[in-house]
Ligand binder design. Structure first.
Ligand SMILES: Cc1ncc(COP(=O)(O)O)c(C=O)c1O
Length: 344
């Protein structure tokens, strides 16, 4: 089954109109569309926000800023390889920790066992489109140990816990707008934080560390590089953010129908809203599936050939399955009325 991304006629018209504005404007990168996209995203998640070329370098920007060179960073193994790679690119050492079976996210209990005198940061990944169930405890723990908490929000569009969105608990968070994400833009990322100084720093870091004040150019950030987002992508971001509530509504409606079919699944408390990047079930045999979150060969410690004891991570990799919940699922030829046929 191919992936079909519905980008309807109304959305296309809106996008083409914005493209006309880009062509009419004087600059095709780092211009008014990016500013507008950043401001809208900032309002949406209640945090300062800076656009960046992808989610992976969003994480890298955070880790470069806090400087993890020669230090340990705790990361779940049950994530995309990007999370671990960002730590290595920033000069840190990855320490893998286990996840919970309930939410697939970092385990608070196991995290505490992985702390070393060199632990500088912890990366929580909000796996599957919900906020890590133990994020509040993890944030309090990190604060008490003076460890910096970073949130990988690549799956977390639309996720809320107690009305707060991904990126609200840690020092900063990074969203991805990769082609398969809940808010797809082909490529793209957004760095979010409560720290305005850091977000301003990202604005220079993504442009080779360059700063222009009153026409005077300086390079205050020496490890900056080109991680910019162009105006055409930013224009698409504006449209996709406008469409996000409808996409979330569509996903949540389908999830409610799945809830009536699947008992063994990730179950949410009333104060949690999932953006349903994935709908995660356990131990069903599914005819139609959109891939799990992370299977055995995706686990970061497996990729590296490391031998850590991560029992829940291994269990989850073998036992979870995801019925299709990507927007466009119906266009791919399936009907919500035939949901029960997704079970073998
Ligand atoms: C958990 C996680 N972190 C980071 C990334 C990296 O995002 P990007 O592909 O935009 O670099 C992804 C997705 O691709 C992801 O799923």
């Amino acid at each position: 089954m191919g992936m079909v991304l519905p980008f309807d006629v109304a959305a296309r018209k809106r996008y083409y109109a914005l493209l006309d504005e880009v062509f009419d404007a004087s600059f095709w990168s780092d211009g008014p569309k990016l500013k507008q996209f950043e401001e809208s995203f900032s309002v949406y998640c209640g945090l300062h926000a800076k656009g960046i070329s992808n989610g992976g370098v969003g994480l890298l920007s955070i880790l470069d800023y806090i400087n993890i060179k020669g230090m340990d960073v705790v990361v779940p193994s049950n994530t995309f390889w990007a999370t671990a790679q960002a730590v290595k690119k920033a000069g840190g050492t990855v320490v893998y920790a286990d996840c919970n079976k309930e939410d697939l996210c970092l385990s608070y209990t196991d995290l505490q066992k992985r702390i070393t005198p060199k632990t500088k940061a912890v990366i929580v990944v909000h796996i599957g489109g919900h906020i890590a169930f133990e994020i509040e405890k993890i944030a309090a723990f990190c604060k008490s140990k003076k460890i910096i908490l970073v949130e990988d929000c690549a799956h977390a569009h639309g996720a809320e816990l107690n009305g707060k969105m991904g990126g609200s608990w840690g020092f900063a968070g990074a969203y991805s707008f990769y082609a398969t994400k809940t808010m797809p833009m082909g490529e793209g990322g957004m760095v979010v934080s409560t720290d305005k100084g850091f977000i301003d720093w990202v604005g220079k870091y993504r442009n080779y560390g360059k700063e222009v004040v009153d026409g005077k150019v300086t390079y205050p950030i020496l490890d900056g590089f080109n991680y910019r987002m162009n105006e055409f992508t930013a224009a698409l971001g504006i449209v996709q953010l406008e469409r996000l509530p409808a996409i979330l509504e569509w996903k949540r409606e389908l999830a409610a129908k799945y809830d009536a079919i699947f008992n063994r699944r990730v179950v949410f408390s009333p104060n949690m809203k999932s953006g349903y990047y994935k709908y995660i079930t356990f131990d069903y045999k599914l005819k139609e599936k959109s891939g799990g979150v992370y299977g055995m060969s995706d686990l970061c410690h497996v990729i590296e050939g490391r031998k850590e004891e991560l029992p829940n991570t291994m269990w989850v990799a073998e036992h979870h399955q995801c019925p299709p919940i990507f927007h466009g699922w119906e266009k791919a030829g399936l009907k919500i009325s035939e949901l029960s046929k997704t079970l073998l």
